[in-house]
Design a protein around this ligand. Structure first.
Ligand code: UDP
Ligand code: MG
Length: 312
């Protein structure tokens, strides 16, 4: 019988662990005659009782494995660790907060087995229950990144997905330190079936993403999957040179026709400030990429394990 690995990143989720476990086991029992499963919890350096709860479950149920990080490394690192630990012929990536309906696993399994998809992924068709300003910026982000990046990143795509071993192995082959999963999933290719569902509110606990964290994450996504911002500097430079050239012509003509003109102090100051701003902006873009190169060249590990289950 083949094996299904369920990878679950958890950060400060003590309210959710048991609820999630009961729910997922109930679902997996419906297909237990066709497929074995392992449940892999990744404790992403939680400060609450998350790890203790996971360990309790793991002691009672030998299908439950876990990895615990030495500190909070972020969901991307947790995903990588989980995929690496998984042994299954198929892997499901799912959030612990039950925002990803576990019932869908059955449907995903069905689709993978009975058609030739390598991956079944999910996307939200609505953003109900999310602050309007957050939805607005999320939409804007998808518009921008899809314009300037060659890999398509689908608006509303969740990390919740069912993948074959082949796809998981190719994701694991991308060992970059700056990980942006939505881009990575799409970059590796493979035939993907999209399932739509309406947004579901968290069963308990709070979202770990603040507006600021999301903004930084989206900038990381852009720099990881597009070099177009670097070109902006050159384009702005060309446009400004052109404007300057016209300006010079105007001044020459003015001087020839009306003689030497003094004044123009405000124009001068405005121009200097404007150019200074553009230069700083472009240096900032360069800085973004250089900082990413800097972090990659250090080749630091993506996560550090503090403890792990002893199931072999
Ligand atoms: N998560 C994680 N590390 C983090 C932040 C989040 O492992 O640094 C996990 C979290 O426990 C949850 C999933 O990632 O299982 C999604 O997080 P959350 O629900 O906060 O995100 P949202 O659904 O609001 O996008
Ligand atoms: Mg959530």
């Amino acid at each position: 019988m083949s094996l299904l690995s369920i990878v679950v990143p958890c950060y400060n989720e003590q309210e959710m662990i048991l609820l999630f476990y009961e729910k997922i086991v109930e679902i997996l029992n419906q297909i237990k005659n066709y497929i074995n499963f392992e449940l892999i919890f990744i404790d992403d350096g939680s400060e609450d009782n998350t790890l203790e709860l996971i360990k309790n479950i793991s002691n009672k149920d030998s299908n439950v494995k876990y990895v615990s990080f030495s500190r909070n490394f972020g969901k991307e690192s947790a995903i990588y660790a989980g995929l690496k630990k998984s042994l299954g012929d198929y892997v499901v990536l799912i959030d612990v907060d039950l925002q990803d309906p576990p019932e869908l696993i059955i449907k995903m399994y069905d689709l993978i087995i009975n058609s030739n998809y390598d991956c079944v992924a999910t996307r939200r068709t609505s953003r109900n229950g999310e602050p309007a300003i957050r939805s607005f910026f999320a939409r804007l982000f998808y518009k921008i990144i899809n314009k300037i990046s060659k890999v398509g990143i689908i608006d509303g795509a969740r990390d919740y997905r069912f993948m074959t071993r082949k796809m998981v192995d190719s994701i694991l082959n991308l060992k970059e330190y700056n990980r942006f999963s939505k881009g990575i999933f799409s970059w590796v290719g493979f035939k993907t079936k999209w399932l739509d569902y309406k947004n579901i509110k968290r069963a308990s606990g709070t979202s770990k993403w603040s507006f600021w964290k999301l903004l930084v994450y989206s900038l990381d996504g852009i720099t990881a999957f597009s070099t177009v911002p670097l070109a902006i500097a050159s384009i702005l430079g060309i446009i400004l040179c052109f404007i300057a050239f016209i300006f010079i012509c105007v001044i020459i003509v003015k001087t020839l026709v009306w003689g030497e003109v003094v004044g123009g102090y405000p124009t001068l100051i405005c121009t200097i400030i404007f150019l200074g701003g553009i230069q700083l902006f472009c240096i900032g873009i360069l800085g973004q990429y250089i900082s990413k190169i800097y972090l990659e060249t250090k080749s630091r590990p993506i996560y550090i394990v503090k403890e792990e289950d002893s199931i072999k």
